[in-house]
Structure formats: structure tokens, C-alpha cells
Design a protein around this ligand. Structure first.
Ligand code: FAD
Length: 327
């Protein structure tokens, strides 16, 4: 049996101090991912620092946008009238996440930091470079149906599985982070790292840092934003492919676009070629088809996941038609 300590942080400085003073300590928020990883023997922290008493829960106005506390539950964000009206891609992505029970427990920051669903990472009895650097990657020629077609390396092709991060990418969201050296802002686009030859390093968070909030700026695109998730079953399931899109349109012309895909990259995956094809054009069926073609440029599918190439094109086309009121 694995022995580990447990400590409850009463305030933010105490939380940071507990993390700093205990090597291999990890924060626990909703616990819906970290407990599973502990039970499966995938991680072995020396201590869990419970951050649930910290005043980091709730949604408040911030300038023209919103500030979402890191401990806000996914269901609270999905149900918020301001999020639904002004940032619909986020509400939709969260409505499609997990199950109502999980959404009531899981937190905003915890969702961003959930670990991959790669079968080999989740099975502590087999090698995995992410879990045990240098041990190998059986996914390369093994069960790789759910794995990434973008951003992989010779060390790792594990896909980033989450939904919310893709929506936050197209909303240009930023994180508030606090650590031993003070606070800083970090774009969600800069949070996740591609594996390279260090697949065990998954984010750009520094040691002992705690995410305290997510900022949603009001942009000319945020209210015209959409999410489409394709998966093996209609609920309680991670994506095979998902696409988030946010568009600024004027007189029928697309002025600016943000498009990102989930479950296809080793990180939440922005699609800049698709964005460029859309910008300065009108959104009709031909434009959606042409933009979707650009979505899979540079894809590197493996033995079992070439279907993601076709599925991604279809998903981009479909979500654009939805955005244009054509589907
Ligand atoms: C059955 C099931 C189905 C699911 N389906 C989906 C799905 O369809 N889509 C999807 O996106 N997700 C899905 N999930 C994943 C789920 O959304 C995540 O487990 C959840 O969001 C994690 O949040 P949490 O608060 O429970 O995090 P925890 O499990 O408490 O923590 C997760 C990680 O985040 C770190 N952490 C937490 N908070 C902070 C913080 N403030 N600062 C720094 N580090 C922090 C922890 O140390 C840990 O490493 C599913 C989960 C389950 C169990």
C-alpha cells in the first residue's frame, strides 16, 4: 500500500509553502483525476495538499470579461448565464465533459491539468516514457487509437484529453498563477508543453505554483463561438476529436478567427492554417470545406488512428457550418 501525507491549506501562502517544503507534494482539488492515478499506482506523491479551503471559487466580472476562480466547479461554469451568453464555446465544452456527478466535483484548474488517457500511461505495469522517463513507449506500435496525430515525438504520442482547454484557447484566456516568487499571468496557449524528449514535463508551471484563476477577455469573437465533440458514446466519454471555433464577422465577412482541436494533439491544438483560410472570406459551405482541408496539414497518424485525420476534417467543416447557421 502507498503511504502519503495529507495537509489542508488554510490560505494561499500556506498552500504554496506546503508544496514548497514537501518534495513530491501535489495539490488536490476535486480529486477526480488524482485519486484515480493514486489508486492505479501511476503517481506516488509524498503528500497531498488539499486546496479546497482557499477562496478560489466563483465567477466575477473582470473588466469587460470574466474571472473564474480555479476551484469553481465545472457545473457552475457551464450553468452560468454570463458564460452561456458571452462565451458559449466554454459552456458547451463543459456541458459535454464527463458526467453531471464528475462536473459537480471537478474544478476548472484541475480540468486543465488532467493527465492523458493513453492506455500505457494509465497502466503502471508497462513501460511509459511519460511515467518513467527512458522506459519506452509501447503506444508507438501498440494500442494508439486514442493517441495524438499532432505534436508527438519519438518519446511520446499521448494525446491531451481535456475539453475546456480547447475552448479557452479560442477565447484567448489567461491564467492567474501564484508561487513562491509571487504572481504571474500565463496564457492558456502557453500552459501545456509538447513532449519532445521530456514527456514527463507536461506544463510550464513552476515548482509549487498554484493556478488561482482563469481570465476570459471579451473579444470580438467570444460571443460567436461554438464547440463540437465527437466520441465513441454520447456521454461520459472523452473526445475522439473535438473542435472549438470563435469568429468575428462583419457584413457576412469573417474578420478574425480562432480554431482549436482537442484529442488530436499532445497539447490542446490550435489550427492556424484553418484560421488563415477563413479570414477575409465569407462563411459558406465551400469555405467550410476548404478550411477543413487545411486542418490536417502536418498530421502524423499512427497504425490505429488514421481515422482521426478524416474525422478532424469532418468536425471542422461541421462546426463551421454550425457557426454560419448552415447546419
Ligand atoms: C469518468 C470520467 C469521465 C471524464 N470525462 C471527461 C471529458 O469528457 N472531458 C474532460 O475534459 N474531462 C473528463 N474527465 C476528467 C475530469 O474532467 C477531470 O478529472 C477533472 O476536471 C479534474 O479536476 P479535479 O478538480 O478533480 O482535479 P484533481 O484530480 O484534484 O487534480 C488534477 C491535477 O490538477 C492539479 N491541480 C488541481 N488544482 C490545481 C491548482 N489550482 N493549481 C495547480 N495544480 C492543480 C492536481 O495536482 C492534479 O495534478 C473525466 C473524468 C472522469 C472520472
Amino acid at each position: 500500500m502507498l503511504a502519503f501525507g495529507y495537509a489542508q491549506a488554510k490560505d494561499l501562502p500556506m498552500g504554496i509553502e506546503l508544496l514548497r517544503d514537501t518534495p513530491a507534494a501535489l495539490p488536490i482539488a476535486g480529486g477526480t483525476d488524482i485519486i484515480q492515478l493514486l489508486q492505479e499506482g501511476v503517481i506516488a506523491p509524498s503528500e497531498l495538499v488539499d486546496i479546497n479551503l482557499l477562496p478560489l471559487r466563483g465567477i466575477e466580472p473582470a473588466g469587460e470579461g470574466l474571472r473564474i476562480g480555479a476551484l469553481t466547479r465545472l457545473s457552475e461554469i457551464a450553468d452560468d448565464a454570463r458564460v452561456k451568453a458571452r462565451f458559449p464555446v466554454l459552456a458547451r465544452a463543459l456541458e459535454e465533459t464527463a458526467s453531471p456527478q464528475v462536473r459537480n466535483m471537478a474544478t476548472a484548474a484541475g480540468n486543465l491539468l488532467q493527465r492523458t488517457r493513453c492506455l500505457y500511461f494509465r497502466d503502471a505495469t508497462v513501460p511509459c516514457n511519460k511515467r518513467e522517463p527512458g522506459s519506452g513507449c509501447p503506444a508507438m506500435d501498440g494500442e494508439n487509437r486514442m493517441n495524438a496525430i499532432f505534436g508527438g515525438s519519438s518519446s511520446c504520442i499521448a494525446a491531451y484529453p481535456g475539453d475546456m482547454a480547447n475552448a479557452l484557447l479560442v477565447l484567448d484566456a489567461e491564467l492567474e498563477v501564484q508561487g513562491p516568487d509571487g504572481g504571474r499571468r500565463l496564457a492558456v496557449a502557453d500552459l501545456h508543453r509538447e513532449p519532445g524528449d521530456t514527456p514527463h514535463l507536461e506544463t510550464t508551471l513552476r515548482p509549487s505554483e498554484i493556478i488561482t484563476a482563469i481570465h476570459l477577455p471579451a473579444t470580438p469573437r467570444s460571443a460567436n463561438s461554438h464547440y463540437l465533440k465527437l466520441r465513441d458514446r454520447a456521454s461520459f466519454e472523452w473526445a475522439l476529436v473535438s473542435v472549438a471555433v470563435a469568429l468575428e464577422t462583419k457584413d457576412g465577412e469573417i474578420r478574425s478567427a480562432r480554431v482549436a482541436a482537442g484529442a488530436v494533439g499532445t497539447t490542446p491544438w490550435r489550427l492556424p492554417l484553418v484560421e488563415r483560410r477563413l479570414e477575409r472570406g465569407r462563411l459558406d459551405e465551400a469555405a467550410a470545406v476548404a478550411a477543413a482541408e487545411a486542418a490536417t496539414h502536418g498530421a502524423n497518424p499512427r497504425s490505429q488512428n488514421a481515422f482521426k485525420v478524416k474525422l478532424l476534417r469532418a468536425a471542422v467543416q461541421r462546426v463551421l457550418l454550425m457557426a454560419g447557421g448552415l447546419a
